[in-house]
Write a protein that binds this ligand. Structure first.
Ligand code: CDP
Ligand code: MG
Length: 504
């Protein structure tokens, strides 16, 4: 068993940092897990890139209020860091380590993985909470995985989130609307709870802007002359993992039907390429189901070459048994084909993937404040997403990524980064949640990225017209507070309220 550093003991020398500034670390660690055969769970853990940084992470968390951990997907951030913290004593004395995820399925999957690694029953020492499902025990649970939406909900009952010693906001690069709100609120909570530690983890290198965001409040604290606090500047730790090379293939001409194109590509890979699992990125349950149907039919009519395919869907709403199939090793002589939403882009790591088929699309939320219409639409992904998707093929050995769009399109038309969800969403539930938490000046809230004033005004107008907000833009009593009490379903309720409003 390797050594790790406990808070309160002498800090490791390797990381001396005189002025409490930003620390960069690098290491020439290379990871390669075979993906096949039996390897003990402890061995698997030790092979993850993040394992080498265990001491560093524990030191930074002890000495800095905020630590930003950047590391590529699959390096072990989500499953290992909460365990390191627990082993180092951060869950002693009844305290709890929280780790948030934007996606429900990811919460379930990582919680059960961590429970398995720790050899405990899920729902006891390791638990999780998602909407409508609480598999945690207030007396026993020391590591809790939850969606950032659920963490927001918990703030309504316990605004300072006092039971948590460390909150890890995971998948921060995804910039989901709840993640952005949570980050703004945690920054506030930190001022009141200097002992609280934040870890922000992300798969991409936007760490600097995240660091600046947390820095500004620290500077203010320092000026206010408050007592000594842990490192005022956020620390940034970069976990170096080694992905293998991924060869990119583009289509020569734009495809008309990406479901059909994806299916043909899978069959082609199965025909021509050596063993290795295939991960296909489509957009949602509907096109995934369609692709599975098509693939099953075509594979059957293709005869012997396709008999070894194990075809599995991956989208939120799968049962636990279905999830287990995704993660179980592929039997010898078979080839797994996982057809997924963008959940497999960074939230979940599948072992054994050698080939990626990227449709170039994902389901995204778009909102028009003028018409007040919000839609979930199939839209082109960004270059950043395309790179992430390709990277999924290089975990085991050199892989291949088949992009169902042209190189010219990738180079000249794809946007570099996606737009944060908060800038393309209806803000009604976001406004209610903030109001219920006592944040009255929503336009002046400390946003990581500000929502558009039009959307904000539109949300305020709607809430006012429904009697949820009063003339001073405060929650009305009782209606406003009642609506806020059930924030997770308030959109639905508002929809009905609006119907009533229109009808009568
Ligand atoms: O968070 P990050 O992307 O850095 O990695 P992780 O989710 O902690 O994954 C670390 C390892 O755990 C990967 O090799 C995954 O394949 C494995 N894992 C698993 O086998 N089953 C799960 N349900 C989750 C992770
Ligand atoms: Mg992760």
């Amino acid at each position: 068993m390797a050594q790790f550093w406990k808070p309160g003991t002498e800090k490791p020398r390797l990381l001396e940092d005189e002025d409490g500034g930003v620390i960069f670390l690098s290491s020439s660690y290379s990871s390669s897990s075979s993906g096949y055969g039996y390897v003990s769970i402890e061995k698997q853990r030790q092979r993850l890139p993040v394992y080498k940084y265990r001491t560093a992470i524990l030191y930074l968390v002890e000495s800095h209020a905020t630590t930003i951990v950047v590391g590529e997907t699959g390096s072990g951030k989500t499953t290992q860091i909460p365990q390191f913290l627990k082993e180092a004593g951060w869950a002693d004395g009844g305290r709890v380590i929280a780790c948030t995820q934007p996606r429900r399925l990811a919460v379930q999957a990582v919680a059960s993985r961590v429970a398995e690694e720790m050899g405990v029953k899920l729902g006891e020492e390791v638990g999780y909470t998602i909407r409508f499902e609480d598999i945690s025990n207030p007396d026993l649970t020391r590591i809790k995985f939850l969606t950032d939406g659920v963490l927001l909900r918990e703030m309504m009952d316990d605004p300072l989130l006092t039971k948590y010693s460390v909150i890890m906001v995971d998948e921060a690069h995804e910039r989901s609307i709840s993640t952005d709100i949570v980050l703004g609120l945690l920054k506030k909570i930190q001022k009141r709870r200097p002992e609280l530690r934040l870890i922000i983890s992300s798969a991409t290198i936007e760490a600097k802007s995240m660091s600046n965001f947390f820095l500004s409040s620290k500077r203010r604290q320092a000026l206010e002359g408050e007592e000594l606090r842990p490192g005022l500047e956020p620390a940034i730790l970069s976990v170096e993992g080694r992905g293998f090379n991924v060869q990119i293939h583009y289509v020569e001409d734009p495809v008309r039907d990406y479901v059909q194109a994806a299916v043909s590509t899978v069959l082609l890979i199965n025909d021509k390429e050596p063993p290795g699992d295939i991960l296909v990125f489509l957009t949602g349950q509907d096109d995934i189901d369609a692709a599975i149907k098509l693939l099953t039919e075509e594979a059957r009519s293709n005869g012997k070459n396709s008999s070894g395919l194990i075809i599995l869907p991956l989208y939120s709403g799968l049962t636990r048994a279905e999830q287990d199939l995704i993660f179980s090793p592929t039997p010898k002589g078979k080839r797994k084909v996982v057809i997924s939403t963008n959940i497999a882009e960074t939230s979940l790591t599948l072992e054994g993937i050698v080939y990626v088929v990227d449709s170039g699309f994902s389901k995204q939320r778009f909102y028009n404040p003028i018409s007040d219409i919000e839609n979930l639409v199939v839209a082109p992904i960004s270059k950043a997403s395309a790179r992430q998707r390709a990277g999924r093929a290089g975990r085991l050995r050199p892989g291949k990524c088949y992009r169902l769009y042209t190189e010219e399109y990738f180079l000249n038309e794809m946007s570099i980064q996606g737009i944060p969800e908060i800038q393309r969403s209806n803000l009604v539930s976001c406004v209610i949640q903030l109001k219920a938490l006592g944040i009255d000046n929503i336009l002046g809230f400390d946003w990581l990225a500000s929502p558009s004033p039009e959307s904000m005004i539109r949300a305020l107008e709607v809430l006012y017209s429904l009697g949820v907000l009063d003339d001073d833009a405060k929650l009305t009593s009782p209606v406003g507070f009642q609506v806020a009490e059930i924030p997770l379903v308030n959109k639905l309720i508002l929809f009905h309220l609006r119907l009533l409003f229109i009808l009568f």
